[in-house]
Design a protein around this ligand. Structure first.
Ligand code: MN3
Length: 239
């Protein structure tokens, strides 16, 4: 397995730090960024606050969907995780480290699934912003043109990653050895454990869209890409 890209401290801007500080995986990420780890990443993990109001993504994602998704699903994974790691060595590890150390281990699948789902959902909330979509920042746009041909080709690749995921999972824009790629993962799986750097994710579990779009995953994904996706966040994660 490849090692994760280690970012230079100078490349980590304030918004990235703000995300990391709000993520339950703060300690390992800050350590990767050359910053001191702290105890905030240890169990019991807290549910990071949403970066916007529950109705802020409407009508693309309704307040009803967002409230259930954050308050029931995300919270549920967190509650399970805290229960599962209590009184185990994983209780002393930050979230990202739990995800990486339990990946691919059948006897630790329950811990992996809940830890990864906590991480993935926090990342997903930040991957969207009210009034998002539109033109990516120049540096990201250049990279999209270099690696996909155009911004639209990049968005189409992300849309295909959403629609071609069979069953539950996630679509991601990642940096893989310095190249932008659109990939998908099943269930709780995350590119973090494959040595890739996630830039953006879209949740394609049915609970992410069924109340608003029923079976029309493609309509949900296209609307997120056109109207909500947070390209600034993607660029921050690219370092
Ligand atoms: Mn979800």
């Amino acid at each position: 397995m490849e090692t994760r890209d280690e970012k230079q401290p100078g490349a980590v801007n304030l918004d990235r730090r703000r995300f990391l500080a709000m993520s339950a995986g703060a300690a390992i990420s800050l350590a990767l960024a050359g910053l001191p780890a702290n105890a905030a990443g240890k169990a019991p993990h807290a549910l990071p606050p949403l970066p916007y109001a529950a109705d802020a993504l409407s009508p693309v994602i309704s307040a009803n969907t967002l409230s259930f998704h954050y308050g029931k699903h995300h919270q549920g994974y967190l509650t399970n995780l805290n229960r599962l790691v209590a009184d185990t060595p994983f209780g002393d590890l930050p979230l990202e480290e739990i995800v990486i150390q339990t990946a691919g281990k059948k006897d630790l699948a329950a811990i992996f699934n809940n830890a990864a789902q906590v991480w993935n959902h926090t990342f997903y909330w930040h991957s969207m912003t009210p009034g998002g979509g539109g033109e990516p920042p120049a540096a990201l746009k250049q990279k999209m043109i270099a690696d996909f041909g155009s911004v639209d080709d990049c968005k189409q690749a992300l849309l295909r990653a959403c629609t071609s995921q069979f069953g539950s999972g996630w679509a991601w824009l990642v940096l893989d050895n310095g190249t932008l790629r659109a990939v998908n993962t099943g269930n709780a799986e995350t590119p973090l454990t494959a040595g890739m750097t996630p830039l953006i994710t879209i949740d394609v579990w049915e609970h992410a869209y069924y109340l608003d779009y029923q079976n029309r995953r493609s309509d949900y994904a296209a609307a997120v890409l056109d109207k909500l996706i947070n390209w600034e966040f993607a660029l921050e994660n690219a370092g």
